[in-house]
Design a binder for this molecule. Sequence first.
Ligand code: ZN
Length: 443
Amino acid sequence: MGMNAMAELGIGTYYDAAAETMPREQLAALQLERLQATLRNAWDHVPLHRQRLTGVGMAPQDLRSLDDVRHLPFTVKTDLRDHYPFGLFARPLNELARLHASSGTTGKPTVVGYTRADLATWSALMARTLYAAGARTGDVIHNAYGYGLFTGGLGMHYGAELLGGVVVPVSGGATERQVALIMDFGARVLCATPSYALAIAEVAQAMGVDLRQSTLRVGLFGAEPWSEAMRREIETRIGLKAIDNYGLSELMGPGVACECSEQAGMHGWEDHFLFELLDPDTSQPVPEGQAGELVVTTLTKQALPMLRYRTRDISKITTAPCACGRTHLRILRVTGRNDDMLIIRGVNIYPSQIEAILIGQPDIAPHYQLVVERHGKLDHVSVEVEAQPGVDPTSFDAIAQRVAHHIKSLAGISTDVLVKQPGELPRSQGKAVRVRDLRPQGD
Ligand SMILES: [Zn+2]
């Protein structure tokens, strides 16, 4: 293949070739150097980290190899809440340039902070992420991630600007206007949660707009777990390449990991993060290729260094070479968050498993909600789905029975399926609410 043909396919081209194709031994040496600096930063400036390190008999000079990371204490989400708002910051407030916060559904929100250098790193990693997904200088980038305290909107925004994109900062909501702007401005890249991307597709269809005929070619979707089936549905309905990306505000925001155009796992940017995969129960490393909890240490964050952050996201990791030429490990599709896993009459179920089954079914639309209740001593799951427009309501019962049968045979749980009229289920403009757990708390 000639260089021109390779460039057209995006093979052999990178936003930051030196970093993205760094040989793995060199990458490991860089990680060790940066891990030592991170540990020093945490030790010197964050009392909680120093106290915990002292508790396990570790001082910064004791970390001599990357494997020594296993001796460091974990950090969990409640640490941020317990030290609200700024207790884990390694820099005084007047040295910061921005704060973000998660919506606190229970108790206090978690607050994260950035120095100017942290923001520059974040933008560079987002530009790298967008480029790996297929975005290029001059592209109109329609950013439907929420702007505000949520890291999705602004994280994507500044990366897209740094890349040289033409950013449309539309945020979530007013979906008909979103469709019009995509068409009128000639957007090539769409950034949104996967559920909101589908909502846009649906509204476009109702408006008589065929997004497959639009200029959209690349979609960056993340911030909620989604299935391969959902990916195919989005690609078919919008006519673009749907790319998965990953991040957490506690670690930075979006831009921690992203798929390349191979769509074969998300490259975790190892020059800025150290990834471990651990058995969630024993906290011991799992062998490559097996599922475990993703645990991440930041390597360059100044304001909020994170030591072994327990993401509660379950995934697999591979260091096998990728056809794109990037050397950074790949995180295989996250099956779901540990927190989202439902235990129904002793069977472990992720909402994404149910999603994958529903999307394969004819006559129903890709919108759903699981309602979990307790009847007497038994858990009971209702799956609320929507009929496709035009499906005869007299066939709803038969569809429900067929879907329940598929869920039983593929996921192993009995459910009541309720088929609703098109448009009856709530639409997300950000992260979709897939589960309503109405079981009594505390048992
Ligand atoms: Zn790749």
